[in-house]
Design a binder for this molecule. Structure first.
Ligand code: AMP
Length: 190
């Protein structure tokens, strides 16, 4: 099963991804984590993407798609795949579909974890103080949220048109949301 996890910043994508990896043994690929690692290790890629991330902007498609496709190519042996934070533009959706099709694969579903934006800003502020994530600074977070709203809608529409979009209510405890995610995936798989 190949699942795309969608949600605005702070919607709990990362947490739900980790829980799914534990419960269903998905291979988790997070472009945000990959970029953060690159910045932390100050690799060539990290030096290029740092500015975009600190500005709350998306990293250009060309860079992001290349990184993701290389990562996918090195992990073809795994069947169950959880993509977290990718795709975020329709160009990324197309690139992903094209890459999968050449391997006779396709996305099974896109799960959109849905949370009200005011609640998101609150959550992000809390995470910023706990994890000291520079891109969670309230001003940057607001910018990211605004940038993401439009692009998320585009990506959600993309999968909706293919009848692959599934919505999950992201309010409630982490465990409650996890159970909703599992039940949606079970229905999809059955
Ligand atoms: P995330 O942890 O998924 O919110 O990603 C953190 C940051 O990494 C984003 O704000 C972007 O700057 C960058 N990023 C992650 N995934 C993508 C993507 N698919 N396309 C462009 N930029 C991305």
């Amino acid at each position: 099963m190949i699942v795309v996890l969608l949600g605005l910043i702070g919607a709990g994508k990362g947490t739900q991804a980790k829980m799914l990896v534990e419960s269903n043994d998905f291979l988790h690929i997070s472009t945000g984590d990959m970029f953060r690692d690159a910045v932390k290790n100050q690799t060539d890629l990290g030096k290029i993407v740092e500015g975009y991330m600190n500005d709350g902007a998306l990293v250009p498609d060309e860079i992001t798609i290349k990184m993701l496709l290389e990562r996918l190519a090195s992990s073809q042996s795994s069947n169950d795949l959880l993509l977290d934070g990718f795709p975020r533009t329709t160009a990324q959706c197309d690139a992903l579909d094209n890459a999968l099709v050449t391997n006779n694969l396709e996305i099974d579903c896109a799960l959109n974890i849905d949370v009200d934006e005011n609640i998101l800003l609150d959550r992000i502020a809390k995470r910023a103080s706990i994890e000291n994530r520079q891109d969670d600074d309230p001003e940057i977070a607001k910018q990211r949220l605004e940038n993401q709203r439009t692009t998320l809608q585009e990506v959600a529409n993309y999968y909706d048109q293919k009848n692959k979009l599934l919505k999950v209510d992201g309010l409630g405890s982490v465990e409650e949301v996890h159970q909703r995610v599992l039940s949606v995936l079970e229905k999809k798989g059955s």
